[in-house]
Design a protein around this ligand. Structure first.
Ligand SMILES: NC(=O)c1ccc[n+]([C@@H]2O[C@H](COP(=O)([O-])OP(=O)(O)OC[C@H]3O[C@@H](n4cnc5c(N)ncnc54)[C@H](OP(=O)(O)O)[C@@H]3O)[C@@H](O)[C@H]2O)c1
Length: 307
């Protein structure tokens, strides 16, 4: 009995000691937090939703922003709304440029699902190409890509969208490896459903299966997502998640992605197996939703034929 409790105490002490050492050593591999005062933040899609909320967040921390979007009226309105968040009129500026980020750098041939690949993937690639030479020259910078939880797992109704967001991940991982020696860090954020004009529009046409599956996770506000995006980018976090579902997915899908914190690395090793078990339950429930919707649809069709 005595021996068993001694063994337990020693084991717990070893685990606590190990976590403490990792916590102490972790800052050695973690890049220094970037300060936003007098920085210049370029936001593609900055006139609405998550992009606009990110603009609020970085203006409050002293940065200047350049917003890229197509609709001039929306840009003008965004600039007006954002001006009140400037903390120092002396140096902070808001610049708005009307541009289609998917159309720059000449034309390219796309075979399938042009729209999603153009905006989500090529729009990010082109914007990165435009800022990279300056960041390399100043040997410092942060690049943020907005993926989606549908960029971590394939979901019903998102075949085109998920494909473009998975492509973005491959690009982000390879890019991070290339630009790390220049002290440039990439953040890939995976927002869950966020209350924005894009989601409202999407909900009008999404299949019932997609709606029911989406309902299993919560709805977030753009300003909360934006706070996390800015924080994680400044801290050079590669996989940036929102909420408990997001945490689980980021551990489950970490693969060979870069790690900038030992604490995160340890959590990935410790929890991956457990989260994989939990994921089986989720996948099972999604499959049941899809099967039920199919049966209901077929029953409705049968009823209609009988009439
Ligand atoms: N809302 C969600 O639930 C959710 C969940 C996961 C991931 N996301 C991702 O988060 C990102 C932002 O989404 P959001 O919900 O904030 O959308 P949103 O409110 O509709 O804002 C989209 C912004 O992008 C601009 N834009 C769209 N196409 C463009 C183009 N070709 N060139 C330049 N600008 C363009 C829009 O302005 P113009 O139309 O005037 O160009 C607008 O400023 C997207 O990558 C989305 O996939 C959103």
């Amino acid at each position: 009995m005595m021996e068993a409790s001694l063994f337990l105490i020693i084991s717990i002490s070893l685990v606590v000691g190990f976590i403490f050492i990792i916590y102490i050593v972790s800052p050695l591999i973690t890049p220094r937090r970037l300060k936003l005062k007098k920085a210049h933040v370029v936001i593609t899609g900055g006139s609405s939703g998550i992009g606009k909320a990110v603009a609020v967040e970085v203006l409050r921390q002293g940065a200047s922003v350049t917003l890229l979007a197509r609709n001039q009226e929306k840009l003008k309105q965004a600039k007006q709304d954002l001006e009140k968040h400037i903390i120092d009129k002396g140096y902070q500026k808001i610049l708005c440029i009307s541009v289609d980020v998917a159309k720059d750098y000449g034309s390219m041939e796309q075979a399938i699902q042009k729209q999603d690949m153009e905006v989500n993937y090529l729009g990010s690639v082109y914007a990165t190409r435009a800022v990279l030479p300056y960041m390399k020259k100043q040997q410092c910078g942060r690049i943020v890509f907005i993926s989606s939880q549908a960029g971590q797992l394939g979901l019903y109704g998102y075949t085109s969208y998920s494909g473009s967001k998975f492509a973005l991940r491959g690009f982000a991982e390879a890019l991070q490896m290339e630009v790390k020696p220049y002290n440039i860090y990439v953040t890939l954020n995976f927002p869950p459903d966020t209350d924005t004009p894009m989601l409202q529009a999407e909900m009008e046409t999404q299949p019932e299966e997609t709606r029911l599956i989406s309902e299993t996770s919560g709805l977030y506000q753009a300003h909360d997502v934006a706070k996390i995006i800015v924080r994680d980018s400044l801290n050079a976090v590669f996989l940036s998640y929102v909420g408990m579902d997001g945490y689980m997915l980021s551990i489950l899908t970490c693969g060979m992605s870069p790690v900038t914190s030992m604490m995160v690395g340890v959590q990935q090793v410790a929890f991956m197996g457990l989260f994989r078990v939990i994921s089986h339950l989720y996948i099972g429930s999604f499959d049941r939703i899809i099967r039920k919707c199919k049966e209901q649809r077929e029953a409705r069709l049968g009823d209609a034929k009988d009439k």
